[in-house]
Ligand binder design. Structure first.
Ligand SMILES: Nc1ncnc2c1ncn2[C@@H]1O[C@H](COP(=O)(O)OP(=O)(O)OP(=O)(O)O)[C@@H](O)[C@H]1O
Ligand SMILES: [Mg+2]
Length: 299
């Protein structure tokens, strides 16, 4: 698991970030950044580089490897620290609070701003990397750099999609993004999977959900990972979240993925509310989705 870097953020000094940024920059060109290149990459003197390397290593923000030459690379913690620094400079956030959730591919924290927000650190690829546990292999080295890269691409993608969908579709309001992270509105609710709906709310909630799926489709996207874990239920509505894997409706598998999303949700309702959902006419589902261009999707 990636450590929460927020508690050590206060210990970090401006020049620690010069060092981290220099390593980040160097990683565009090689998996391990040669120590000899760091003074020019960071604008720090050789002595200062040594001092900052030591501080960053001790805090787990970078890793060192000595094969052929002495090289350094950012850890996910170091990448997190750089993103936090950027958000704090931009006044997007002014503090990091409790963990809101851990997904398979992210860590989400509450952050303070003019009001509470959610900060999602993307971690795509990291699990597989750990399983391989071959950190010394060339492939694993490349893998690491590409994990940071993959996480960054996923965050950019999720942010762009949220910007496209909000406010037409019920999704968290996107606020800012940087590197592999996004800041969005904090949702006050709980996942559908953890919610027990009142009997008379079951059908309306399912309808709301299908309507939002349909609106997202009209706006150009299929969620492609829709389940009871990626839907929040708030006091008076539902919110669809977790969008990085969403596909364009022009994608060749879009209709198949849409069908899978809908089936996942409907099956969940059937399982969880057996007394209520069998009464739901498949035609009703069809009506709920017919308001869009779903076309020939069959359940
Ligand atoms: N905007 C938000 N407000 C409050 N909590 C949130 C918000 N976004 C995410 N969370 C919490 O963080 C958890 C993980 O978020 P999300 O599902 O986006 O990540 P993920 O790693 O992609 O998930 P998955 O395991 O589905 O792949 C959620 O289940 C939820 O509890
Ligand atoms: Mg999720």
């Amino acid at each position: 698991m990636v450590k929460n870097v927020a508690p050590l953020f206060a210990e970090l000094e401006g020049r620690d970030f010069y060092l981290l940024s220099g390593v980040e920059h160097g990683m565009r060109f090689s998996a391990w950044v040669d120590r000899d290149r760091l003074p020019s990459l960071t604008g720090l003197t050789t002595d200062e580089v040594s001092y900052r390397l030591e501080r960053s290593l001790k805090r787990g923000l970078i890793e060192k490897r000595t094969i052929q030459y002495e090289g350094y690379r950012l850890t996910f913690e170091g990448y997190d620290a750089l993103a936090l620094r950027t958000f704090s400079k931009r006044d997007t956030i002014d503090g990091v609070g409790a963990k809101l959730g851990v997904g398979k591919e992210s860590d989400v924290y509450e952050v303070s701003s003019y009001r509470p927000m959610a900060l999602k650190f993307h971690r795509e690829g990291i699990g597989n990397f750990r399983k391989l546990n071959r950190e010394r292999d060339y492939t694993a080295d490349r893998r690491h750099s590409s994990d940071l890269y993959t996480a960054r691409i996923a965050a950019e993608r999720e942010f762009d999609i949220l910007e496209d969908l909000y406010p037409t579709v019920s999704v968290p309001r996107p606020v800012d993004h940087n590197r592999h992270t996004i800041v969005m509105e904090k949702v006050h609710g709980q996942e559908l999977a953890r919610t027990t709906l009142e009997e008379d709310a079951v059908t309306p909630v399912l309808h709301r959900l299908l309507t939002e799926v349909s609106r997202a489709y009209d706006a150009g996207y299929v969620h492609a990972d829709l389940s009871e874990y990626n839907v929040f239920v708030t006091e008076d509505d539902i919110i669809l979240f977790d969008w990085p894997q969403a596909v364009d409706i022009s994608h060749e598998n879009a209709d198949e993925l849409l069908r899978r999303d809908i089936v996942n949700i409907v099956r969940y309702f059937e399982r969880s509310y057996p007394g209520v959902i069998p009464a739901l006419d498949p035609g009703e589902i069809a009506t709920a989705i017919a308001t869009s261009n779903f076309g020939e999707i069959r359940l």
